[in-house]
Design a protein around this ligand. Structure first.
Ligand SMILES: Nc1ncnc2c1ncn2[C@@H]1O[C@H](COP(=O)(O)OP(=O)(O)OP(=O)(O)O)[C@@H](O)[C@H]1O
Ligand SMILES: [Mg+2]
Length: 266
């Protein structure tokens, strides 16, 4: 996997595309052209935020990449092969955390590793490390029912990154959280991702979130006809979600993204 410390935008231009969607069409039975003519190429190690009007097909596009929705026209490839459900190189994170209520935080994070080659001691140790990365070391023995929504989503992140996948698909993972908790999770996600070298497609309705996290914001057209606009987020890393709030570049990018989003809805 690419070393993120040496992988900037210039290197990524020459990196192989982990996700390549070309002229994609998706139909749902009688509902034709939910997506049509969609093109999206995501080089290895890039963090892309996907925004667009409700119903424009963002989740559908992630589902195609995850192999959960069939391609009616065009092509989609992930890590060089056709999408397929249940692949071990892709991790899908949703707004609704998928924690197992009968397992503690520690055992939930270990869960993802149970499908890996890691032996029990390694799994335990790796889970501890990732729980610490999201600041939940004092809650290792808690069950999910005793955690706040933000803490639960931190456990989900720890579990997702502990398994070390190449591609992360994230569908509004923080949409249910208050804005302060979101800022905290943005920093934790950036920290987890920065050391992973993974490729991320992150769907959100929150422009600030998209700019804070991504290398590139992709704006989808309202009618599912593909990418309406793209905004390169040229703010250097490492970034701090809190510091960005006072950064003029952030506000300029916010205005540009909002203008592009409004245009995509006309
Ligand atoms: N399984 C399905 N069967 C039929 N139609 C579907 C199915 N899934 C999605 N659709 C339709 O496809 C379109 C795109 O839906 P999708 O969920 O991808 O949008 P979205 O951009 O993720 O919206 P939101 O921002 O509200 O999450 C919508 O018109 C939706 O009603
Ligand atoms: Mg959606």
């Amino acid at each position: 996997m690419a070393n993120p410390k040496t992988t900037g935008p210039a290197q990524r231009e020459h990196a192989p595309a982990d996700i390549a969607v070309r002229d994609l069409t998706v139909n749902f039975g009688q509902l034709r052209n939910v997506l049509s003519g969609v093109n999206l190429c995501v080089p290895r190690g890039e963090f892309v935020a996907l925004i667009g009007a409700s119903g424009c097909g963002k989740t559908t596009l992630l589902n195609v990449v995850a192999g959960l929705v069939p391609v009616a026209g065009g092509t989609a490839t992930v890590l060089g092969s056709a999408p397929a459900a249940g692949r071990k190189d892709i991790c899908y994170v949703l707004a609704q955390d998928a924690l197992l209520p009968w397992r503690t935080v520690q055992r939930n994070v270990e869960y993802g590793l149970e499908f890996s080659e890691a032996v029990k001691d390694e799994r335990r140790q790796r889970a501890r490390v990732y729980i610490e990365k999201v600041g939940l070391q004092d809650f290792r023995d808690f069950y999910p029912s005793r955690l706040s929504q933000g803490m639960r989503q931190r456990v989900s992140l720890a579990r997702a990154f502990a398994v070390g996948r190449s591609v992360y698909l994230m569908d509004e993972p923080f949409s249910a959280l208050d804005s302060q908790t979101k800022l905290l999770l943005h920093d934790q996600l950036l920290d987890l991702w920065d050391k992973s070298g993974a490729t991320v497609v992150f769907v959100t309705h929150d422009i600030g979130e998209a700019i804070t996290l991504a290398d590139r914001v992709v704006v989808m057209s309202q009618n599912g006809t593909g990418v309406a606009d793209e905004i390169a987020i040229d703010i250097p890393r490492p970034r701090s979600a809190e510091a960005l709030q006072a950064d003029a570049r952030y506000h300029d990018l916010y205005r540009r993204t909002w203008t592009a989003l409004k245009a995509s809805m006309q």
